[in-house]
Design a binder for this molecule. Structure first.
Ligand code: 2HA
Ligand code: ZN
Length: 276
C-alpha cells in the first residue's frame, strides 16, 4: 500500500488539519507524533527507503526499533494536508533509541520536529505506564491555555483545580489532572525530561507562556483532551474577564467527591483543597 493511502496516515493528516482549523498552529507552531503499529508499518513497506542515522538528542531504549509518524521542523500544520510528503515523515529508531533514520517523507531536506526529544521521552514514559496503550503525543499553542499561564500560579494544583471547575466533565475526562512546566528553553532534552516526569501521572502538560502537550491512545482521544482543556481554559478566561476572578458560585470540593463516587473516579485529594 502507498503511505498516503493508509488509514493511520489519513488519521494523522486529519488531526493536523483539525488543529490548524482550531487556530492552534500559527506559522510552524506545534508538532505531532504517532507510534506506528507493527502491522501498519508492514502494510506500507514497499515505500520505505531508510536514510542516514541521525541523533535523537536523547535515549529511549524502551522504544528501540519502533517507527513513528512525526511532523517536520519548520514545517506548517497548514500544509500537512496540502503537501503531506514535505510536512511530515516516517522515522525508525535504532535499538538504543539514540538515533533515527527517515524512511519516508520529510522531502526537500526535512527533519523531524525540534521537539523530538520531548516527543520521544513522553512516548517512552507513556509506553511504560500504559502498557503500550498510548501512541499519540501532540503539542500545540492554544491561546486561552497560554493566557492563563500569565495569571494563575504555575502549579499542577492551581491549573487542575481551576480547569476542572469550568466544566463538570473535565475531571471525568482527565481525572489524574494537568501538569505544569515553568518557562524553559524549548527544543532540548532538559524540557523533555521535565515534561516526561509529569507524563508519569498526567495525560496533559502545560508549558508556561508557550503551549500544551497531550498524550493518548489514538488521534480522537488525544485531540479531544486538548480541545477539552482549551475550551475550559476559554471559559475561565471569560469568567476572570467578567469578574476579575471572583466567582459567585462554582463546583465545590465536596461536589467533586460526590462526582467521583457516582462516576467511579479516583480524584487526587491534592486538587480538592479549601480555597481562602
Ligand atoms: O515550532 O511549537 O515548540 C514548533 C514548536 C516548538
Ligand atoms: Zn511549541
Amino acid at each position: 500500500m502507498k503511505v498516503l493511502d493508509a488509514e493511520f496516515v489519513k488519521g494523522f493528516i486529519q488531526m493536523a488539519e483539525d488543529g490548524w482549523q482550531k487556530g492552534w498552529h500559527e506559522r510552524n507552531g506545534g508538532n505531532l507524533s504517532y507510534r506506528i503499529r507493527p502491522e501498519e508499518i508492514e502494510s506500507v513497506k514497499e515505500e520505505l527507503v531508510p536514510g542516514e542515522w541521525i541523533s535523537t538528542k536523547t535515549e529511549v531504549p524502551l522504544l528501540g526499533g519502533e517507527y513513528f509518524l512525526i511532523t517536520g521542523t519548520g514545517r506548517y500544520f497548514q500544509n500537512v494536508i496540502r503537501k503531506p510528503a514535505e510536512s511530515f515523515g516516517i522515522i525508525e529508531l535504532d535499538e538504543a533509541g539514540a538515533n533515527y533514520r527517515i524512511c519516508w517523507g520529510l522531502e526537500n531536506g526535512g527533519r523531524p520536529t525540534s521537539e523530538i526529544p520531548t516527543h520521544l521521552m513522553n512516548h517512552e514514559v507513556k509506553f511504560r505506564v500504559t502498557g503500550g496503550a498510548h501512541r499519540v503525543i501532540y503539542h500545540c499553542h492554544p491561546v486561552n491555555t497560554i493566557a492563563l499561564t500569565f495569571v494563575l500560579p504555575l502549579t499542577d494544583e492551581a491549573f487542575t483545580r481551576e480547569i476542572w471547575e469550568m466544566m463538570t466533565e473535565c475531571p471525568v475526562i482527565f481525572p489524574t489532572g494537568i501538569g505544569v512546566v515553568p518557562w524553559m528553553v524549548p527544543g532540548g532534552r532538559a524540557i523533555g525530561v521535565e515534561t516526561s516526569k509529569l507524563m508519569e501521572q498526567y495525560d496533559a502538560a502545560i508549558w508556561a507562556h508557550h503551549g500544551m502537550f497531550c498524550s493518548g491512545p489514538d488521534f480522537d482521544t488525544t485531540f479531544g483532551l486538548m480541545h477539552t482543556v482549551e475550551k475550559a481554559a476559554e471559559t475561565l478566561v471569560k469568567v476572570i474577564s467578567m469578574t476579575g476572578g471572583k466567582k459567585r458560585q462554582t463546583i465545590t470540593p465536596q461536589d467533586f467527591r460526590d462526582l467521583a463516587v457516582d462516576f467511579n473516579l479516583t480524584l487526587p485529594e491534592k486538587f480538592l483543597f479549601e480555597k481562602e
